[in-house]
Design a protein. Structure first.
Length: 142
């Protein structure tokens, strides 16, 4: 009988450890997805800076589009294009035409939103050239 109690205690302990591990893996997965979004946004910001620097050096005009991905040469692999609402897909980029925002929809459903700014009065001057930058707006939860 004593062995059954020992076995039950061992099963309970292993179950608790497995639950703790699964929670940690879930948090890590979310953090990795956020890091991927930040990496893509950094690449887009660099592309915007290249376009503006080229215009400052050689002249010309900037694109008229509010979609920052129309300005840059490369797009994220999971970019759906310009849409008028929230798509059903998860872990995708899209440009919301109505809100004029570049959006990444996470696997858990919340959305990271970014807006192209052409205003030189941006509070954070990080990654801003000639007043053009990509600003992160407050995330939206579903």
């Amino acid at each position: 009988m004593r062995r059954y109690y020992e076995f039950a205690v061992a099963v309970v302990l292993i179950s608790i450890l497995a639950l703790v591990l699964l929670k940690a893996l879930g948090r890590t997965s979310n953090e990795m997805e956020e890091a991927g979004v930040q990496s893509e946004v950094s690449a887009i910001r660099i592309g915007l800076m290249e376009v503006v620097a080229h215009r400052e050096t050689f002249g010309g005009s900037l694109p008229k589009s509010d979609n920052p991905l129309d300005w840059v040469a490369s797009r994220p692999a999971n970019y759906l294009g310009e849409v008028d609402g929230v798509p059903d897909s998860e872990a995708v980029w899209y440009f919301d035409r109505r809100a004029r925002e570049l959006v990444y929809r996470f696997r858990d459903g919340h959305r990271a939103r970014f807006r192209l700014s052409r205003d030189s009065n941006i509070e954070s001057q990080r990654a801003v050239v000639a007043g053009v930058g990509l600003l992160r707006l407050e995330d939206q939860r579903e």
